[in-house]
Structures are given as structure tokens and as C-alpha cells.
Design a protein. Structure first.
Lengths: 355, 265, 358
């Protein structure tokens, strides 16, 4: 009798969680579907079947040297893949940041990462300065952005020797660095000539169009590993949700966990930002949207964010491709669609998702 | 199990909160820590659970210096139940209580963990709240959930910061009695901060009275909770009535006619 | 009994320090104004004040004489700029102090609810796309656009917050979402613009006091004066808010309505300033903090004091910008951010416990 009763309880709990897993799986399936859809969209007309065939051919190494082949395999597929991975990374990073900072306004860029990356890019684009010598052009931009985007994190780690890394300390440091870096970038932008200014501005807005297999070789493994590590941390991050004192009593060192997770998120975001520029919105709002469906348990929230973020960015990029021939920056579309979408969700929600 | 503090002191910048605190608690008993506001009760509990590091003296748990314990190790021995507040991103009740299994849970132990959670929820009478989000509950319900989280940790020592603060009379009694029974039957040491002198007197095996950052009195309820101590520590006049071997405090106002202390059988 | 005199003395002493602070800021402001007027003219500070006084007294000089040129230049080129600097600095600082109070957030500034993105949108729409929201004469398109644009986000925030129960965090998030939208629209225009238009639009956004004329002043002055008066009137209620929403409500304050009123006031004031000057950052954020470090958190004093600090900040940075403009043209917005971010960094990392700010 009692055993049945217990079984009912456990069953109900697992059923709830299965619902959450289903959400993630749906996102992944949709992602695959949209992926194939999106590689057939673009300036050059191709049918769904054709592009599918080209993709499969190349996958098995039977690619032919036609223009269609090049367009699909060298341009569209990398772009779509980049979209999925960057979207997933930003969404997961955002969810983790919000938990670590116990603040619904946190996002991957809260630590000043975006302003560091932008400064790096501006240095390269307007002044031709490259932090690693003898590099030029796009490579320099990417590396500059990567290195400088990690500067805020270095500062936080350094400060953590003297002060406890509470959310407030981290946010304040991040904001301070953001102001410092962006003031220098602004000055450089103001002094630059219009062409460079235009380039730098485009960079900041965020484009997926520069993706290539070379960059993907680096991006896919690193992002996968980093996201996987963060998923493993989900349990620890859950214990942080009750506050630092509660976390200690449950056996988690909140300051060290926060620092470690921050470094992971920073690396993840740095990879994303250096290649695509600062694509906004996904990191801030995607986690909130996912929370309305899944709740705040990170074991299920983080994978769901990865799935949702990936497909969200992919869809936005497809829209961008459809709307404009010149290839609108995906960051613009995601903000223009996402902003109202978020407000709509805010107004419609039945339960409060944050306090 | 044993909780010992030797010459414990805690300073917060220039303010001394605790000094020269010596405590030696052993065995499965229920201990109440009482004292006026700001006297350092919560600070003491925090020093016991490694949330704060004492600026002087040492804390020993089961004979070993608390600093030598890793946090995860310690979490299996000591559970801490705080005063509740709203979470920024609330979990469901079940997930919240499940967090308490963290020190013990391994891959695949979910079923066992859930059984323990359900047992505890039922014990506290809140099983029907299992799937509700934490922040939507009343203050009293939240208090019980947090208590459940502490119980589910299956520790040897349970530290509680005013666990009955938001509960009505019936539940205050129920929870305190549950804690006492837990300690006697499951062999756990329960150390709880209480503002209610009568409940502390009725159920505790031992009482520690803090005042001015040190221990003013410690011992059985009969020895510690008496009008002299209460007047010295709280600045309040009172008289005690003995009821079933336990003191019951009746506070007196300046308006009340002065009577002789210690009436009653 | 003996302790009381110690208390009274300590209180008097701290009061004295606060008064000294305000007076020295004010004096510094006067100096900077004078110096600003004098720069490049080869005259001293007192001479520049003399000229200003004389002009106000209606004195006229022989046409095209040396004095006439000086008077003309000071009065028509530099004075408006300084005037806008003072008014703008006062207004932005007051708005910043108000926002930080009602949002219970030390990082809030006048632009937190998306005002800057709306203003940018309006300005850029005019500069790049030639679109005008209201017809007030061609010279004013950018300004009117920016003004109207600046008010839109606040209206949206207010409309939404009527439908749902809005905590400060929610309000800020709505502002963020709106900012995203408008910034995206701005980006859209900027990315498809020519490089020159882009540069013009970008420079507008950065914020400058160059090219201010007397025609810019009246509207700004009236709105800022009115807004500051309202802010000071509300300052007691803002003090109530710092005790927590529930406590404030129990004291009879309708918290939601009060917040909305303050937001509207901040929006109008900020819009009036920003539509002429572009987005001047930092003044609204930092002046209240600097003031609070010395004066404490009583809004009745903080608001007027931070206005003086804000004016001082803006006029000084403008002065620096003008001094440097012999070498290269740096708008005051850049100078502000370059100077203020180290200050902010210092404030953040060198926090002394319990000293006013966080």
C-alpha cells in the first residue's frame, strides 16, 4: 500500500521531468529540420532536394566542383552550423550567468566581455593593431577580440584573491570594465575614417556570414566541450540558487563554483563573439523564454536552452536571409523579433519566472 | 556526535560579536540557543556550519577541527536550515527539498532520494505542495519546505535558525516536537535558535543562553530559564510556573502589580 | 548626558563637511565657467565674467571693435555651449538620482528604460533616412525626432506596467527589450547607410555640445527647471522608497503610481536634453554616486547637490574637449567616458564598507 503511494509520487515527479526533456528533443528535431530548410534559402536559387543532396554528397566526400556545391557546402552549411552552435552557447551562457548572479538581468556579456571583444576588433579594424604580432586582417580581428574579451575575467580572478567573489562584486567589476573599454573604443571610432567606422560597426552588430569550415573546426569542438562541462555543473549551480549560505551548508563552495563557471561562460562567449560579433538578445531573453516552459531546475534548463538557443538563432538567420538580399546581420533580426516577443511573453505569463 | 567550541570569538571589522564562547555538546539531544536580538546567535550557528570562520578560537566537530573538513564531507555531518526568503529563480518544492540530498546523491540514486523526500514532506504535512513553485507558498509553508530540505540531508547534527518563526501555535508545537523526537529516535543532535522561551523550555534537553557575546547560562531548562536570568538578559520582569517538570514563563509588565516570583506547584 | 554632546558635535561636523562640499563644487563650477569662456580669447577668468556682466547690463560696443568680437564670440558661441552644459549636467544628474532611487538600483541612469535607444532612433531616422516624425521646420527635424523618439520607450514601459505587476527588475528588463528593438532598428539604418551618413549618425549618438546656439536653450531650461523642481518636491517620497516597497506603501505612498510619475518626469527631462546634445553618458550615473559618497543618501539634499556636481562635470569635460580640439576633435561624450570610467573603476574596486554607495 505504502509502496504504491510512494511509486505514485516518484512517477509524477519523473513525468514532469520527462516533459522537460521532450521540449529539448523537440527543439533538436526542429533544428535539424530548419537546418535543411535554411541551406536551401539564399540569393542563389536552389530547391530543397538539391541542397539536401549536395549536403549528403559532401558528407560522404563525394562533393563535385560546381558553383551550387560551393555555395551550399562552403557558405550556407557553415553559416547554419555556426548559427546553431553560437545560439546554443549564448543561451546556455545566459542561463548560467543569471543563476550565478542571482539576477534576471544578467547575460553572457554582463562581465564586460562584449566591450572587450569590440575593443579588440576596433583596434584591429581601425588601427591595424594586432595583439599577436604578424597577423593581419580577419585573423587579427578574431584573435584580438578573443584575447581582450577575456580581460574582464582575468581581472575578476585577480580580484578574487582579495575579495570574495559575490555576485555584486562581479557585476560591478564587469560594468566598470565595460565602461572603461567602451570609452576607448568610442574614441577610436570617433577618430576613425568613415570606412573603418562602418566596418567596425558592422562587426559589432553581429553576423554569421563570415563562418567557414576553418572557423568551425575551432568552434564546434570547443563549444561542445564547454557546454558539456557546464551541463555537468548543473547540479552545483542548482545548490547556488538558494544563496551562498545555503550552498555552503549543502557542501558547495559558492565562491569557487561561481568563479569556475564564470571562466567557462567567458570562454564560451569569447569563442562566439570573436567569430560573429556581439549578437545580442539570445543570451538575455532565451533563458527566460525557456524558463516559462521548463522552470528553473538547471539539469533540464541548460540542455533546453542549448536546443532553443540554437534553433532560435538559426530561424532568425533564415529570416534575415529571406528578407534581405545583402544579408542582414542576424543580430538585428533577433533583436527586432525578440524584443516584442519577449514583451509579449512578459505580459502573457501566468506565473512569475523571476523575483 | 559532538560539537565543541573552544574560546570561540567572532569580530566583524571593529565590532566584536562573540568572544570567549566555550561550548561542548554531545549526543543526541535537542539544544536551544536563546538570547536577545543581535547577541550573536545566528553568528554562532554560522561558525558551527563553516559559513563563517571564527576570528578567534576553534570549532571541533566529532573531535576534528572544522577547518580540516571539506565542505562536501561536512555537509554529510551538519545540515543548516536558514530563515527563509524568496529565491530569485524558484524551484518546485520537490526540487528544493531534493537539493538537500546533494551531499548523498550519486548517479541513479534519484528514486531513493525521491522516496526520502516524499517521506519527509508527508511527515511535515506538506506532501500536497510537492509540485508547487517555492515562491508561491505562504511564509509558514516555505519554512516547512526549508526544514524538509534540512531533514532530508540525513545529517548527524541539525542547525536551525528560528525554524518556527512563521508558524502558527499548532505547527510551532508540532515542528518542535518533531525535531525533539527526531533527535531522540534518529540519534541526531538538534541545535536550534529560538525566540520563544516557552517552547524552548518545553521541548529542549539543554538550553544555552547568550548575552553580550558570551554564554550567560547553560544547562537544563529548569536551570537556565528563570526570572533572574530573564531579567538580566532580556531586561524583562517575569515569573515562572513549573509544569510537568518544565518551566513556563509569564512575563510581567511595569503596570502589573508586583507579585512574588515562582508561584505554582 | 555626556554622550549627547558628542553626538551633536559629530552631527554638526558632518553637516559642516557636506556644506563645504557643496560650496566648493559651486565655486569650482564658477571657475570652470569663467575659464571656459576665457579659453582661446587671451583674457582672464575675471575679464570674461566682466564681459558677461556687461552684456547682461545691455552694454554695446562699437561695431567690429576688438571688444565687440570678444563679446560676440563669447556670447554667441561659447555661452550657449556653457549654458547647455550647465542645464544638461543639472538635468541629467537629477534624472540619474531619481532613477537610482525609484529603481532601487545603483546602476540605474536616465537611459535605463530605453530612452537613449528611442532618441537615437529618432535622430538617426532623420539623419540617415530623412524621415521626420513631426514637421517643425527643417532645421529642427533631428531634434524633434529625437525628442519624440525618446518618449516612446517610456510610454511603452508605462503601458505594459499597468497590465502586469511590475517590479523594478521587470521594468528594467522591459526597457532592455525595447532598447534591443530600437537599437536594432538604428543598426538597420546605419548598416545600410553610406559611410559618411553613418559617421554623422554615430557622432550624434556619442554626444556633443558643439554647435549649440541660444535657440537650443529655452526649451531645455524650462523643462529642466520644472523637472528639477518636481524632483525635489518628490524627494521625500523617494526617501520612503528606500525603506522597501512594503514599508513605503504602509506609509501611504502609492508606489506604482509614484514610480510611473517619476519615470515620465525623467523621460521628458532627459528627452529635452538629449535631443539637442546626443546621448551624454555617465553624468546621470556618476554624479549622484559622487554626491552620495560625501553627503549620504538623503534625497532632499542629494538631488540638488548632484545637480551642481553634474553641471561641474559636464562643463569641465566640455572645456577639456575644447582645449583638445586644437589637436583633434573629440566630442564631449568621449571625454566624459574616458574620464569617468577610471573614476567608476576606482569607486567600484576601492569600496569602503558601508560608505553610502552600495
Amino acid at each position: 500500500m505504502a509502496h504504491e503511494h510512494v511509486y505514485g509520487f516518484v512517477e509524477k515527479y519523473c513525468h514532469e521531468n520527462h516533459r522537460k526533456i521532450v521540449f529539448t528533443i523537440i527543439c533538436l528535431i526542429l533544428a535539424v529540420f530548419v537546418f535543411f530548410l535554411t541551406i536551401s534559402i539564399g540569393k542563389y536559387e536552389l530547391s530543397f532536394g538539391e541542397s539536401y543532396r549536395i549536403f549528403v554528397d559532401n558528407l560522404f566526400g563525394n562533393g563535385r566542383a560546381t558553383t551550387e556545391n560551393m555555395i551550399v557546402w562552403e557558405y550556407r552549411v557553415p553559416r547554419a552550423l555556426m548559427g546553431i552552435f553560437v545560439g546554443a552557447s549564448l543561451a546556455v551562457g545566459g542561463a548560467v550567468m543569471q543563476n550565478l548572479m542571482m539576477n534576471p538581468l544578467a547575460e553572457p556579456y554582463t562581465m564586460g566581455i562584449s566591450s572587450g571583444a569590440f575593443l579588440g576588433a576596433v583596434l584591429s579594424i581601425t588601427c591595424g593593431i594586432s595583439i599577436i604580432p604578424f597577423l593581419g586582417g580577419d585573423d587579427a580581428t578574431v584573435l584580438n577580440a578573443f584575447i581582450l574579451s577575456l580581460a574582464p575575467v582575468f581581472l575578476i580572478v585577480a580580484i578574487s584573491k582579495f575579495r570574495k567573489t559575490t555576485p555584486t562584486t562581479m557585476i560591478l567589476c564587469g560594468v566598470a570594465i565595460m565602461y572603461a573599454f567602451s570609452s576607448v573604443s568610442t574614441m577610436l571610432m570617433v577618430l576613425a575614417d568613415p570606412e573603418h567606422l562602418s566596418d567596425a560597426y558592422s562587426w559589432r552588430v553581429g553576423v554569421l556570414g563570415k563562418a567557414s569550415w576553418d572557423s568551425l573546426m575551432l568552434v564546434i569542438p570547443s563549444m561542445t566541450i564547454l557546454i558539456a562541462i557546464l551541463l555537468l555543473f548543473a547540479g552545483k549551480i542548482n545548490t547556488m540558487s538558494i544563496g551562498d549560505k545555503g550552498a555552503i551548508s549543502l557542501g558547495t563552495d559558492p565562491y569557487r563554483t561561481r568563479l569556475v563557471c564564470l571562466v567557462l561562460v567567458a570562454l564560451l562567449t569569447a569563442f562566439a563573439v570573436s567569430f560573429t560579433g556581439t549578437i545580442g538578445f539570445v543570451g538575455l531573453v532565451a533563458p527566460h523564454i525557456v524558463r516559462t516552459f521548463i522552470g528553473s531546475n538547471n539539469t533540464y534548463l541548460l540542455p533546453a536552452c542549448a536546443g532553443f538557443g540554437g534553433i532560435f538563432l538559426l530561424v532568425m538567420d533564415s529570416i534575415a536571409k529571406v528578407i534581405s538580399e545583402t544579408g542582414l546581420p542576424v543580430g538585428v533580426i533577433s533583436a527586432m523579433v525578440g524584443g516584442p516577443l519577449f514583451i509579449y511573453i512578459l505580459v502573457q505569463r501566468k506565473r512569475r519566472i523571476w523575483y | 556526535m559532538e560539537m565543541k567550541a573552544v574560546d570561540l570569538g567572532f569580530r566583524y571589522y571593529e565590532n566584536t560579536i562573540l568572544s570567549d564562547v566555550n561550548v561542548d555538546l554531545e549526543g543526541n539531544k535537542m539544544v536551544s540557543i536563546i538570547g536577545p536580538n543581535g547577541v550573536g546567535k545566528t553568528t554562532l550557528i554560522h561558525c558551527f556550519s563553516k559559513i563563517l570562520k571564527p576570528t578567534d578560537g576553534r570549532v571541533y566537530v566529532n573531535g576534528k577541527d572544522i577547518e580540516d573538513y571539506k565542505l562536501k564531507e561536512l555537509a554529510k555531518i551538519i545540515a543548516y536550515v536558514p530563515c527563509t526568503s524568496l529565491d530569485t529563480f524558484p524551484l518546485t518544492v520537490t526540487d528544493t527539498v531534493l537539493l538537500g540530498r546533494n551531499p548523498h546523491s550519486k548517479w541513479g540514486s534519484l528514486n531513493r532520494d525521491l522516496e526520502k523526500v516524499q517521506e519527509t514532506l508527508r511527515l511535515l504535512g506538506i506532501e500536497d505542495l510537492a509540485m508547487r513553485p517555492f515562491n508561491e507558498l505562504s511564509a509558514g509553508q516555505r519554512q516547512k519546505v526549508v526544514l524538509a530540505r534540512g531533514l532530508v540531508q540525513e545529517s548527524q547534527i541539525l542547525l536551525l535558525d528560528e525554524p518556527t518563526a512563521n508558524l502558527d501555535i499548532k505547527h510551532q508545537m508540532g515542528v518542535t516536537r518533531l525535531l525533539r523526537d527526531y533527535s531522540h529516535k534518529q540519534g541526531i543532535m538538534v541545535i536550534m535558535i529560538s525566540h520563544d522561551l516557552n517552547i524552548a523550555a518545553k521541548y529542549s534537553d539543554e538550553v544555552i543562553m547568550l548575552y553580550g557575546g558570551n554564554i550567560f547560562a547553560k544547562g537544563s531548562p529548569m536551570d537556565t530559564i528563570n526570572p533572574e536570568n530573564i531579567e538580566a538578559v532580556y531586561g524583562v520582569r517575569s515569573k515562572t510556573v513549573i509544569n510537568n517538570g518544565r518551566p513556563h514563563v509569564i512575563i510581567e509588565d511595569d503596570d502589573d502589580p508586583k507579585t512574588n516570583i515562582c508561584a505554582g506547584a | 548626558m555626556p554622550d549627547e554632546t558628542g553626538l551633536v558635535e559629530a552631527y554638526r561636523h558632518s553637516l559642516f563637511l557636506k556644506v563645504v562640499f557643496i560650496i566648493s563644487c559651486f565655486a569650482a563650477l564658477m571657475l570652470v565657467i569663467g575659464y571656459s569662456l576665457a579659453v582661446g580669447q587671451g583674457i582672464t577668468v575675471s575679464e570674461s565674467y566682466e564681459i558677461m556682466m556687461k552684456h547682461l547690463a545691455g552694454e554695446a560696443y562699437p561695431l567690429r571693435s576688438e571688444m565687440w568680437w570678444k563679446d560676440y564670440f563669447i556670447w554667441n558661441n561659447v555661452m550657449p555651449r556653457v549654458a547647455v552644459g550647465i542645464i544638461g549636467g543639472c538635468g541629467l544628474a537629477a534624472c540619474g538620482a531619481v532613477m537610482q532611487s525609484i529603481m532601487s538600483n545603483p546602476l540605474a541612469d536616465p537611459y535605463t528604460t530605453g530612452i537613449s535607444s528611442g532618441a537615437c532612433f529618432g535622430a538617426v531616422a532623420s539623419l540617415i533616412a530623412g524621415v521626420s516624425f513631426a514637421s517643425l521646420g527643417s532645421g529642427y527635424t533631428t531634434v524633434t525626432n529625437a525628442f519624440i523618439g525618446a518618449l516612446v520607450p517610456t510610454m511603452i514601459v508605462i503601458l505594459i506596467s499597468r497590465r502586469i505587476n511590475a517590479t523594478p527588475a521587470t521594468l528594467i528588463l522591459i526597457g532592455v527589450a525595447i532598447s534591443y528593438f530600437f537599437n536594432a532598428a538604428v543598426t538597420l539604418m546605419m548598416v545600410t547607410a553610406t559611410a559618411e551618413d553613418l559617421q554623422a549618425a554615430y557622432l550624434w549618438q556619442v554626444g556633443t555640445l558643439t554647435g549649440m546656439t541660444w535657440s537650443s536653450v529655452p526649451l531645455m531650461l524650462v523643462i529642466t527647471a520644472a523637472g528639477s523642481a518636481v524632483a525635489m518636491f518628490f524627494s521625500k517620497n523617494m526617501n520612503l522608497l528606500t525603506m522597501g516597497e512594503n514599508s513605503a506603501k504602509s506609509m501611504g505612498l502609492d508606489v506604482e503610481q509614484f514610480r510611473m510619475l517619476c519615470l515620465i518626469m525623467v523621460a521628458v527631462m532627459t528627452a529635452a536634453i538629449v535631443s539637442f546634445t546626443g546621448i551624454l553618458g555617465f553624468v546621470g550615473l556618476i554624479s549622484p554616486h559622487i554626491t552620495r559618497l560625501v553627503i549620504g543618501s538623503d534625497n532632499r539634499v542629494v538631488i540638488p547637490a548632484s545637480m551642481i556636481v553634474g553641471a561641474l562635470m559636464l562643463v569641465s569635460c566640455d572645456l577639456i574637449s575644447r582645449l583638445v580640439s586644437n589637436i583633434t576633435d573629440i566630442p564631449v561624450g568621449v571625454v566624459l567616458s574616458l574620464l569617468c570610467s577610471p573614476i567608476f573603476l576606482l569607486m567600484v574596486t576601492g569600496l569602503k564598507r558601508g560608505r553610502g554607495v552600495y
